[in-house]
Design a protein around this ligand. Structure first.
Ligand code: ADA
Length: 553
């Protein structure tokens, strides 16, 4: 399943997760049984295979007709075929996509997915980086039977109209596969229902049906106090229910008021972690229970928020954050891209698509309170400003209900801070810069105030230090020892959370992650060792340091 709850009761959905056959294009002539979803690096022969693999499985169709094949993610490029017929292409491991198969006969069919995780001139977002681009069908696969028209997605937002009272604004996006008339959409959420007529549509046409729905006696969604409601849209044609879509929403309001971020009118102070989708055993394809294990640890430390560094996350992880009341900074797929990549039309197009998929697919998650973009890219040049402005405008148009920010590393040179509602910086005093945390941060904040951050909230989106699991030296406490990491994090978090001008910080980072070979010389064991737990979630000394401080704040 692509969510932690059923998205359909009317539509017939079948999971295609399970055993597939995988053939790497490496001249070995070998094939392997493989469980989907997973990364192919878990196959011993393919632990470091960067290339093309072909996945195949048979699909039994009982009812002839039209089907959607929905992929939660394929890393990092996919070409999909049914019985050899090309159905569609997608780039980017971190966003979902679907392909349409029409006139499918009853019987057995062969589904083929060609996955490619190579770095090349065709890939501007998946590049050698301080995290790993794995290979494979990394998120769940589903087969959906659709009729003459179907509900493609919904967009939900709400405004508070009184205690426990909200006005829900919902857009239901439909696609017609053949002409329809005499159709309507029935919407229900939190005990309210509303119906709207659907205009006659011809084959291939789409429609956005807007509905407003007043609800009462609603319990708001709040930090660490989650209350979720099923949002259900049902499509009927000629009086017959033909399709539906269920999402889970929370009633909450996010506002920026001067230097403060407000959730339901109360100030938010972030005690967060950066978390990559990476695990020593699962690679980027964590099972939901492994995701929940991470969140149990994160809740245990007293944290209240996660930053999805540096790409859109698995919707099932976002569902868990919604259910646990964890705030999420979700961001598009970009990390410190070199100019020769950043300054290409391919990069701008691949980012544009990623932004649209991220917002369309994730805008209903109540936990997401802010959209981030372009981590540590070129926000200190005129060209960079053009790109930031273009993408901020795109995100604002896609979702006017959430603030936007970007994590800058351009200390004292950034020229884009005026473009966003929340100003954010990644800083590493005591690790990369040997300066006192308080002095370093106060100096930078003073500069920010003069360069676009005045009267805006400021977040520290990264702060941390490295520590190699199991490396101890309590006397010298050299860098990379667990003792030194704990000591630095103590100074960092204590100083940051003693500065009322800041709205909080995201520690870099929750868990160690594997990095690309190109980064290995700067990363012991070819890992980014700044986690408070290692690849396998074994806690370092710093874990207890963070837990003590987060519970005291
Ligand atoms: C940057 C980057 C992170 C990570 C970090 C580090 O801030 O945004 O992805 O690479 O540096 O560990 O140095």
């Amino acid at each position: 399943m692509q969510r932690i709850f059923d998205e359909h009761k009317v539509r017939i959905v079948k999971s295609l997760d399970g055993l597939w056959n995988l053939t790497p294009d490496n001249g070995s002539g070998k094939s392997y049984p493989v469980f989907v979803p997973s990364v192919w690096e878990r196959i011993p022969d393919l632990t470091s295979f960067r290339g093309v693999c072909t996945y195949k499985r048979s699909v039994e169709i009982a009812e002839p007709g039209t089907y959607l094949l929905k992929f939660g993610g394929v890393s990092h490029t996919a070409d999909v075929y049914l019985d050899g017929q090309f159905l569609g292409h997608h780039y980017n491991a971190f966003t979902a996509f679907q392909v349409l198969a029409e006139n499918v006969t009853a019987g057995s069919h062969t589904l083929t997915v060609v996955a490619d995780n190579r770095f090349s001139e065709k890939s501007a977002l998946h590049v050698p980086n301080d995290y790993t681009t794995y290979g494979g069908i990394n998120r769940p696969v589903e087969l959906h039977k659709v009729e003459e028209a179907y509900i493609d997605r919904m967009a939900f937002s709400c405004e508070e109209t009184g205690k426990g009272k909200y006005l829900a604004h919902v857009s239901v996006f439909l696609r017609a596969l053949s002409s329809i008339e005499n159709a309507d959409v029935l919407l229900s959420v939190a005990g309210g229902t509303e119906k709207a007529a659907v205009p006659a549509l011809s084959a291939g046409e789409s429609a956005e049906i807007k509905l407003d729905l007043a609800v009462r006696n609603v319990v708001p969604w709040d930090v660490l106090d989650a209350h979720l409601y099923d949002l259900t849209a049902t499509l009927s044609v000629n009086g017959q229910f033909t399709d539906d879509l269920i999402d889970r929403v929370g009633f909450r309001t996010v506002k920026i008021e001067g230097e403060r971020i407000l959730l339901n009118g109360k100030e938010v102070r972030i005690k967060g972690f950066n978390r990559h989708e990476d695990h020593g055993q699962f690679g980027m394809s964590l099972s939901v229970d492994a995701m929940m294990d991470d969140l149990q640890l994160i809740l245990d430390t007293g944290a209240n928020s996660l930053r999805t560094c540096h790409y859109p996350n698995d919707p099932r992880f976002l569902d868990l954050c919604d259910a646990l009341g964890l705030l999420v900074w979700e961001e598009n797929h970009a990390r410190q891209l070199p100019s020769e990549v950043f300054r290409t039309d391919l990069f701008r197009e691949q980012c544009r698509v990623c932004n649209e998929e991220m917002v369309h697919q994730h805008c209903n998650h109540p936990g997401i309170y802010i959209w981030g973009l372009l981590n540590e890219c070129e926000s200190d040049t005129e060209y960079g400003r053009t790109v930031y402005a273009e993408q901020i405008a795109q995100l604002r148009a896609l979702d006017p209900t959430r603030p936007i920010s970007f994590a800058s590393c351009r200390k004292f040179t950034d020229i884009c801070l005026d473009l966003v509602e929340v100003v954010s910086y990644n800083i590493y005093p005591r690790w990369y810069e040997d300066d006192s945390v308080r002095h370093y941060t106060e100096k930078l904040v003073a500069w920010m105030e003069e360069h676009g951050a005045k009267t805006k909230p400021i977040l520290i989106t990264e702060i941390g230090a490295g520590g190699i699991y199991g490396y101890h030296d309590p006397f010298a406490k050299p860098k990379w020892s667990e003792e030194r990491q704990a000591e630095i994090l103590e100074e960092q978090l204590t100083a940051i959370h003693a500065m009322p001008r800041l709205s909080g910080a995201y520690l870099w980072q929750f868990a160690d992650v594997k990095v690309a070979d190109e980064f290995a010389l700067r990363r012991p064991k070819a890992q980014n060792n700044k986690g408070i737990v290692d690849l396998y979630r074994r806690p370092k000394l710093a874990y207890l340091t963070v837990k003590k401080i987060y519970h005291e704040i």
